[in-house]
Design a protein around this ligand. Structure first.
Ligand code: ZN
Length: 488
C-alpha cells in the first residue's frame, strides 16, 4: 500500500463545477467566502494550494486532474473517533442499549481482544479507509485502551497506520486512573494506569510524535477518557496543567447523557458537569469535548464565553438514544463547533458525509419540532437551523480550529491542499440546480474521484492505490469471529 504515488508532484485541479471552501458562511442563505468563484486550484510541490482561479493553464511538469462534472470540497477533519471500535460494529448485545449499558456490553467488554497489536492495526486500517472514502483527510482518534504492561504501544500503531495511508493524524491520548471494580479482581487489560504513569507515557508520546507547525501531519492531545469518571477529582487540575505545560490541547467526553449529571452529583458535591470543568481549568480555546448533548442554559453560556470546542457526533448520539446536541446554539454563543463520527461500535457508519447528511436533517427536524403556532410561537420554523455551508465549515475549518491546526481545513492559497473531488455522475445528482450541495444533501456517498492530503493523491478514481479492499473485508470477518468468541 502506498499513498505516495504522487509525492512531490505538482498538480492542477481543473474545471470543477463548484468549490466550497470550508470558510464560515456570512449568514444563513449568504454563503460569502464559503463558496469560491474558482474552478481551478494549483497545488505546489510543498503540498499547499498556491493559486485558485478560472482558466488556469498547466505549467510544465504539472499533472492535471480533470474535475469537470465534479465538486471540490475541503478534506474533512474528524475531531472524535475510536478506531479500535471498527471491529465492534453492530454487536447484538449492545445494539439497543443506552450509553452506560452499551459501554459495559461492547467496548469495555472487548478490551482484552486488543491486547494483540495486529488486532488494533487491522481495526485502525478499516476505520481510516472508511474515513478516507468519505473524504476525510485529518483524523483525531481518542484512544483509551492503555494498561500497565500491555506489551506494545497502541499510539505508535495508530500513527503508523495513518502514515501508511497518507493521512494527517492526531492522537487523543485517553485512558484513566480509576478502576471499574475492585483492583484485586481485575484482568490485566482492565487495570488502570497510575496518574504519574499516565503523564510519563504522555510525555514520551509527545516527544516522539508531536509536531509543532500550522499543517503538520502528527499531533497529540491529552484526553483522559471522561474526566469526571476516569480521573480522581484531585487529578483534573494537574492533568490540565500538564498538557498546557507540554503545549498540547485537552479533550474528553462530556455530557453525553443524563448519567453525566448523576456522576457529577455523586462525585463533585451536586455540581453540574461544565461547572466542574470550569472549576478544574478544563475550559478554553485549547479544550474540546465530544458530545455535549445535555447542558443547562448556564453551561451553554460558559462553553461559549470560554470558546471551548465541541466534537458534535449526531449519529452516535442518535444511535445510543442520547439526544441532539445544541450545536447551532453553541456556535452562536461562541463555542467552536466541529464534527466527529465517534467510534464505530456506536455509529456503524464511520462516514463524515453521512454524519453531515444526518446533522443537516436532524437539526432542522429538532428545530421544527419545537415550533408553536402564532401568536404564542413563531409559526413554521426549522428549515434554516443549519445550512450546508455551515456544516461543511464545521467539518473542515471548524475542525481544524478545534484541533489547533492553523494551516488546514480551508481551500485558499497558502493552506494545505487537503481536498476531495466528488464526481456527480450518479443519477441521484442529475437535475440539481445547485451542484455544490450534492455531497451533503443527496444522502449517499458520491464517487470520490480524487482525495488529496497535504497535496498528495491518497484516493484515485474511488480506490486507495495498493489497497486490496476484498482482502481487508476477509480479515475483518475473521477478526469479528475471533473477538465474538473470546470477549463478547
Ligand atoms: Zn467517543
Amino acid at each position: 500500500m502506498t499513498a505516495a504515488n504522487d509525492a512531490n508532484k505538482r498538480l492542477l485541479v481543473r474545471g470543477a463545477a463548484a468549490v466550497l471552501t470550508g470558510a464560515a458562511p456570512t449568514a444563513p442563505g449568504v454563503p460569502g467566502a464559503a463558496r469560491s468563484d474558482a474552478t481551478d486550484l494549483r497545488i505546489g510541490a510543498d503540498g499547499t494550494i498556491v493559486e485558485m482561479g478560472r482558466g488556469l493553464a498547466p505549467l510544465p511538469g504539472e499533472r492535471v486532474l480533470d474535475a469537470s462534472g465534479c465538486v471540490v470540497y475541503p478534506g474533512w477533519v474528524n475531531t472524535h473517533h475510536h478506531l479500535f471500535q471498527s471491529l465492534l460494529k453492530g454487536v447484538p448485545a449492545g445494539i439497543d442499549q443506552t450509553l452506560s449499558a452499551w459501554l459495559q456490553s461492547v467496548p469495555f467488554k472487548a478490551r482484552g481482544s486488543f491486547a494483540r497489536e495486529e488486532r488494533l492495526r487491522l481495526a485502525a486500517r478499516i476505520g481510516l479507509v472508511e474515513l478516507m472514502r468519505s473524504g476525510c483527510t485529518t483524523v483525531a482518534d481518542h484512544h483509551y485502551l492503555y494498561w500497565p504492561g500491555m506489551g506494545y504501544d497502541p499510539s505508535a500503531v495508530l500513527f503508523d497506520e495513518a502514515e501508511r495511508l497518507g493521512l494527517r493524524f492526531m492522537l487523543l491520548r485517553g485512558g484513566g486512573t480509576v478502576a471499574r471494580g475492585a483492583p484485586g479482581e481485575l484482568a490485566a487489560h482492565d487495570r488502570p494506569e497510575t496518574f504519574d504513569g499516565m503523564l510519563a507515557a504522555l510525555e514520551r508520546t509527545v516527544a516522539r510524535f508531536h509536531q509543532r507547525g500550522a499543517r503538520t501531519m502528527r499531533r497529540v492531545a491529552f484526553a483522559p477518557t471522561t474526566i469526571t469518571v476516569a480521573l480522581q477529582p484531585h487529578e483534573l487540575k494537574p492533568a490540565a496543567r500538564a498538557a498546557r505545560a507540554l503545549g498540547i490541547p485537552l479533550h474528553s467526553h462530556m455530557s453525553e447523557t443524563v448519567a453525566y449529571y448523576e456522576h457529577c452529583a455523586e462525585r463533585f458535591g451536586g455540581k453540574l458537569p461544565i461547572d466542574v470543568c470550569a472549576e478544574h481549568e478544563w475550559l478554553g480555546s485549547d479544550v474540546w469535548f465530544a458530545h455535549l448533548v445535555h447542558l443547562s442554559p448556564a453551561e451553554r453560556r460558559l462553553l461559549g464565553e470560554s470558546a471551548t470546542g465541541i466534537a458534535h457526533c449526531p449519529q452516535s448520539n442518535g444511535r445510543l438514544g442520547s439526544g441532539v446536541a445544541p450545536a447551532p446554539e453553541l456556535a452562536r454563543l461562541g463555542a467552536r463547533v466541529s464534527i466527529g463520527v465517534d467510534g464505530a461500535a456506536s455509529n456503524e457508519a464511520a462516514d463524515m458525509l453521512s454524519e453531515l447528511h444526518a446533522a443537516w436533517l436532524l437539526h432542522r427536524a429538532h428545530a421544527g419540532q419545537a415550533s408553536r403556532p402564532r401568536p404564542q410561537g413563531r409559526g413554521e420554523e426549522g428549515a434554516d437551523a443549519v445550512t450546508v455551508e455551515q456544516l461543511v465549515h464545521w467539518a473542515s475549518a471548524g475542525g481544524a480550529a478545534t484541533l489547533g491546526f492553523d494551516g488546514v481545513g480551508m481551500l485558499m492559497p497558502g493552506m494545505a491542499a487537503d481536498l476531495a473531488i466528488w464526481s456527480l455522475a450518479d443519477p441521484r445528482h442529475f437535475g440539481l440546480h445547485d451542484e455544490a450541495l450534492a455531497p451533503v444533501v443527496s444522502g449517499a456517498r458520491p464517487r470520490l474521484e480524487w482525495l488529496l492530503c497535504n497535496g498528495r493523491v491518497v484516493v484515485e478514481h474511488d480506490a486507495i492505490p495498493g489497497l486490496d479492499l476484498a482482502q481487508l473485508g476477509h480479515e475483518a470477518r475473521a477478526a469479528v469471529r475471533e473477538i465474538a468468541a473470546e470477549s463478547l
